[in-house]
Design a protein around this ligand. Sequence first.
Ligand SMILES: [Zn+2]
Ligand SMILES: [Zn+2]
Length: 229
Amino acid sequence: MKYYGRICHDLSDITDEKILKTLPGVTIVNDKYKCNQCTNTDQRMFYHYYCYHCNKETIYCRSCIQLGKVQSCKNIYVIESHREETSGYFKLDFKLSPQQELASQKVSEAILSHSPLLLHAVTGAGKTEMIFEDISQARRKGYNVAVVSPRVDVVKEVYLRLKQAFVDEQIDLLYEGQFAKFNSTFIVSTVHQLMRYYQHFDVVIVDEVDAFPLEMDNQLMTTISKATR
Ligand SMILES: [Zn+2]
Ligand SMILES: [Zn+2]
């Protein structure tokens, strides 16, 4: 397993990956604290305590504490991204309907032109299967793909369907307590876990965007743009 395009807390976790940036977990920008892991600048989310290693006050971010604590007196490392092409092979035992074909075509155009696209489809309309060809195309080009949802149950279900179809792909599944096992070229993840990445993904597909609480929209966009190339 490699840390490509990820934020790493401990250099003993990496082997031959290149370090892009080394920076403190929390820095002060214009007299305000900023978290370099999750980009949070909400000052209420920063706490401090006396660090006996450094013999000084240390500031840490509570916003991304589930991803591992980052603090002002300890460095984090941004690891260089990497792409790997695959055959993009997948199995699908039914044919897409003309409407699904059309939707898939739209997704494909959006991916190739690097533009955002909002696709409305009702549950059970073969929503996931509709994007198989698009994911395949992206993987054949070596694009790093992330399929994300705010909901853990959706993440697990989508992962199973993708794994059954893309039998040759090394798909990473990420949610709280579930970590990447491969090189993060193709991940299925909660939005929260996407914060582990930095300028790594070429394609980000957000499932069940409506399930995302409105007040978290900004965080969603910030997280996606940070994780995207
Ligand atoms: Zn943070
Ligand atoms: Zn310290």
